[in-house]
Design a protein around this ligand. Structure first.
Ligand code: NGS
Length: 285
């Protein structure tokens, strides 16, 4: 990885790694809960930051310890995306990691497939750079405390531990929804997410099972730190088959996931604050 990053840091004469504990954390952060009037206004907000046109940020004064891809499964929540970007960029920049935001948008009006979009994000991001850390992030969750570091430890980490709408309590022990961090190595080991969950619910529980089946376990920051505000939205239609899929998933996750993913990439484009990946997902045969 350092070989890939080297020219950037060699040119700047930077030889030191970034500190293990970032040096400029603030603790509780001031959230912005309104969108800017236009997307251009949002872009203007970041004109003095060193954000690159594909939504990548590289700390200038130290060599980052993680090459992070933030993958956001997305469709038609333009206002949430605006608010998310406003908050998340300054937040992660304090973590002194090299990160890129990927917005993976599902085309059409068919049932949403969150798991498949995250798989697409993984595959497409890896074609660009050898990311070593993936953070799969819902667009409606805003982190409240910057000690909640966006990196990948040596086990998968569930990030959204304490969410305001759940009164800041973990709903159940094995939950892996909302935001999750996995190293690229572990994501490949568990064969990514299942592609079979169309509509709301279950794909994250299936991933939690994949992790257990491979002998890995979930880490979490304490609920006093891993706190999130959820932006309000209507509840989506739950997938009525999700429990059956979950049950069957145990038996076939080795052949169903990253290695059986089918999609058509319609476009991929740098959009100033993120890389936009627009995809048509292939429904089951
Ligand atoms: C479970 C869902 C998960 C979901 C979690 C929290 O019941 O996918 O609720 O959802 N599992 C199934 O439906 C099998 S939340 O209220 O945060 O949207 O992540």
């Amino acid at each position: 990885r350092n070989e890939v990053l080297e020219p950037y840091y060699v040119d700047r004469n930077v030889t030191k790694f970034c500190p293990k504990v970032p040096s400029r954390l603030e603790g509780k952060v001031q959230l912005v809960k309104e969108a800017t009037p236009t997307f251009q206004d949002l872009v203007n907000e970041f004109r003095n930051s060193s954000l690159q046109s594909d939504g990548r940020f590289q700390p200038a004064n130290c060599i980052p310890r993680f090459l992070v891809a933030i993958v956001v499964p997305y469709r038609g929540r333009f206002e949430h995306l605006n608010i998310f970007l406003r908050n998340i960029h300054p937040f992660i920049q304090r973590h002194q990691v090299d990160y890129t935001i990927f917005i993976v948008e599902q085309a059409g009006n068919g049932p949403f497939n969150r798991g498949m979009l995250m798989n697409v994000g993984f595959v497409e991001a890896m074609k660009i750079r050898p990311f070593d850390c993936f953070i799969f992030h819902d667009v409606d969750l805003l982190p409240e405390d910057d000690r909640n570091i966006y990196s990948c430890p040596d086990q998968p980490r569930h990030m959204s531990v304490a969410v305001d709408i759940f009164r800041y309590k973990l709903p159940y022990r094995d939950i892996f929804g909302g935001i999750s961090a996995l190293s690229a190595e572990h994501f490949q080991l568990v064969n990514g997410y299942s592609n079979t969950f169309w509509g709301w619910g279950g794909e994250d529980d299936d991933m939690s099972m994949r992790i257990r089946m491979k002998g890995l376990h979930l880490l979490r920051y304490p609920p006093s730190i891993a706190r999130y505000t959820m932006l309000p939205h209507e509840k989506q239609k739950a997938n009525p088959n999700r429990f059956e899929k979950l049950y069957l998933g145990r038996k076939r996750f080795k052949n169903e996931g990253l290695n059986s993913l089918e999609y058509r990439r319609i476009s991929i484009r740098p959009c100033k604050l993120f890389t936009w990946i627009f995809v048509e997902l292939t429904p089951p045969h």
